[in-house]
Design a protein around this ligand. Structure first.
Ligand code: NAP
Length: 631
């Protein structure tokens, strides 16, 4: 057993620590033993230590705890005033924390009575100012005698079983992978899956049994026992389907949780539902984190990109754990950040998925055009994509598309056996309705949602292809002459997809005053998530709120050079019988946005003609509205 007794100077932690060590038969260590001489001299001279001074001291104690953990345990007393100091000492999930707290005047009185202690009593106030409420462990008031405090501590250690640090609800694809990822990174986890007689039995236990290498996991199918297994304040991650299941799970959880507990919704919930739930938990004194997670099954297990929003205090409770399990960017920083208040975490995950829809559709359009227009084999298309992926066009989706184009089953391409009906779960469509609500043009990404809808009408498509004698036409020109243009068109189509998504995020952020940081959001999207790419790295480095996305360094040049190529490729595809919904919406969108003189004068004239809706004039800068009697 490893026990750490903490508290500001004068709380009596050394006395309690020594008593505890004696009673438990464990070696006793006091933090003062671990100070380098320079720190002791500094404190003796009445100067407070800086955080930098404390690092070697904390590290020495952490090393001692690791050693003691191998030989049966120890009791350590240490002020450990901040959660960051406690984090450095958290070398094992089995550490038991006892935090001594009490009235300032009582502590002062006790300190003043002490002699031969290098800590000056006058430093008490600076220690109290530094003290942060612990995220875990037992808070013990020092009013009693040392014997009473000893009894209370022993009672705590005996009656409170070793609680787990985190609970995960839902042992599906994502929940199981995240739970195992947490366990692997040293976080003790309770696993819960609902019990449905005859259908869902022993699901969490199966996960524990199949992963015997993790001794820091425990399985439950009784929600109360699951909740009781967690240290307080509790941290619970739900990985279950969005919608009614989340509200039902909260209905079951809230009555058995306590003030200051934290619930995280790591699924793909609609951000407006999340805003309502943040409020719901706030009203009962609990924290709620609506949190986007991207990376699929493998990402969740090895390192996803994580987008938590909602309650900042709740985020502080899991910041360390999320940092441990997330992917890391090119500088080694965790691909997780506190996104912002309310439903902002789920909101940006929704837009992330919408960009993902667009990126997937562009690759699907190009694959089709290359195979059935230019007559490439699947291997040739794969080779083209793989080649692009070596340079600045590199992206996870390009990489997996190059890969799947080579996948054979029984000697034949698996892709050709997959039914051409694309599924969807909601995030793409929610982004579109949000864009409409905020009046943001969204046609390229909207088309990626519509394309999935059209793909679903297979029977009708087959019937109509006969009725209207549709066939793909072979492109007569050589592939070599088109390849540079196809590459430039692909590059620009991707830029447009991202611009559309980022514009929606910026507009909603400004309207709701979320103050989203897009350099940071794109940084956490540079690894772990599905839309990680070279382009995202560029956005992360160069995004600026004061410059339009299309004018960002490294982007502007591609907008200029790719414009004609995208228009030509779309023209070629359409005239050869290929539907290219995202690429064609993309070039339309771009041209619309860079056209100084638009066709909207005609619309205004028509509106005034039939409905007297009035119009403004180019030759009157006052903004006055005019009506003409057209007949
Ligand atoms: P999944 O494999 O279908 O697992 C769903 C889990 O939720 C299962 O453990 C299931 O338990 C449980 N569950 C289902 N209905 C429930 C209910 N009414 N009450 C309580 N538990 C219920 O789903 P998943 O892929 O892990 O996805 C979970 C969430 O993460 C979803 O919101 C999803 O959109 C999101 N997400 C998924 C991915 C991905 O790549 N899969 C990526 C990012 C985010 P039973 O076994 O008892 O049915």
């Amino acid at each position: 057993m490893l026990v750490i007794v903490t508290g500001v100077s004068g709380t009596g932690k050394s006395t309690l620590g020594a008593l505890l060590a004696e009673r438990l038969g464990l070696p006793f260590f006091d933090a003062d033993q671990f100070h380098p001489a320079a720190n002791v001299a500094k404190m003796s001279a009445g100067h407070p230590l800086t955080d930098e001074d404390r690092i070697p001291w904390l590290q020495a104690m952490a090393d001692q705890l690791v050693e003691s953990g191998k030989s049966g345990g120890a009791v350590l007393t240490c002020s450990a005033l901040k959660n960051s100091y406690r984090k450095m000492l958290s070398v094992s999930p089995s550490i038991r924390w006892i935090h001594l707290t009490g009235d300032r005047d009582l502590i002062w009185e006790r300190m003043s009575a002490r002699q031969n202690h290098f800590m000056k009593a006058g430093m008490l106030d600076s220690q109290i100012a530094l003290w942060e409420k612990p995220l875990t462990g037992y808070l013990l008031d020092i009013t009693g005698t040392p014997e009473q405090l000893l009894d209370a501590s022993l009672h705590y250690l005996k009656t409170q079983p070793m609680n787990m640090q985190m609970g995960v609800i839902g042992m599906g694809v994502m929940g199981k992978s995240l739970a195992l990822n947490l366990a692997e990174k040293g976080v003790s986890v309770s696993l819960y899956n609902r019990y449905v007689a005859g259908k869902e039995e022993g699901v969490a236990q199966k996960v524990v049994d199949e992963n015997p290498e993790f001794s820091n996991t425990a399985a439950f199918e009784d929600l109360q026992k699951f909740v009781d297994s967690l240290e307080k304040p509790r941290r619970i991650l739900m990985m279950i389907p969005a919608g009614a299941a989340i509200d039902a799970q909260l209905d079951a959880l809230i009555p058995i949780l306590e003030k200051d507990d934290l619930v995280i919704d790591g699924g793909n919930s609609f951000y407006k539902d999340s805003e309502r739930r943040v409020e719901r938990l706030r009203e009962v004194g609990m924290h709620f984190l609506p949190m986007g997670v991207s990376g699929g099954e493998e990402g969740a297990r090895k390192g996803p990109s994580i987008m938590p929003g909602g309650n900042a205090e709740g985020y502080a409770m899991v910041e360390d754990f999320l940092g441990r399990i997330s992917a890391k960017d090119k500088d080694g920083k965790p691909c997780v950040t506190y996104v912002g208040p309310g439903g902002s975490g789920h909101f940006i995950k929704m837009v992330h998925n919408s960009i993902e829809y667009g990126e997937m559709q562009v690759l699907a359009e190009l694959t089709h055009l290359l195979r059935f227009g230019f007559g490439c084999t699947a291997e040739q298309v794969s080779a083209i994509f793989a080649d692009w992926g070596k340079g600045e066009l590199k992206s996870f989706l390009l990489e997996i598309t190059a890969d799947l184009l080579l996948f054979k089953e029984d000697g034949a391409l698996l892709l050709d056996k997959i039914l051409d009906q694309a599924g969807q779960k909601g995030t793409g469509a929610w982004s579109l309705t949000t864009a409409l609500e905020y009046g943001i043009p969204y046609s390229p990404l909207a088309e990626s949602v519509n394309a999935r809808g059209v793909s679903g009408e297979k029977a009708m498509r087959v019937a109509f292809s006969k009725t209207f004698q549709h066939e793909f036409q072979k492109v007569e020109d050589s592939l070599e002459s088109w390849l540079p243009k196809i590459k430039a068109a692909y590059s620009l189509a991707r830029i447009i997809n991202h611009e559309v998504g980022f514009r929606l995020m910026k507009t909603v952020s400004d309207t709701k005053d979320w103050k989203l940081n897009f350099n940071e959001i794109s940084r956490i999207w540079t690894n772990g998530c599905i839309i990680r790419s070279g382009l995202m790295e560029n956005i992360s480095a160069n995004y600026s709120d004061s410059v339009s996305f299309f004018e960002t360094a490294g982007v502007k040049e591609q907008v200029i050079s790719g414009r004609k190529a995208l228009a030509e490729l779309v023209g070629l595809g359409l005239t050869h019988g290929f539907a290219l919904p995202v690429m064609s919406a993309g070039i339309n969108y771009l041209l619309g946005r860079i056209t100084a003189e638009s066709s909207a004068s005609v619309i205004q004239a028509q509106r005034d003609y039939f409905g007297a809706h009035t119009y403004q004039r180019k030759d009157d800068a006052s903004g006055k509205f005019y009506h003409t009697n057209w007949i």
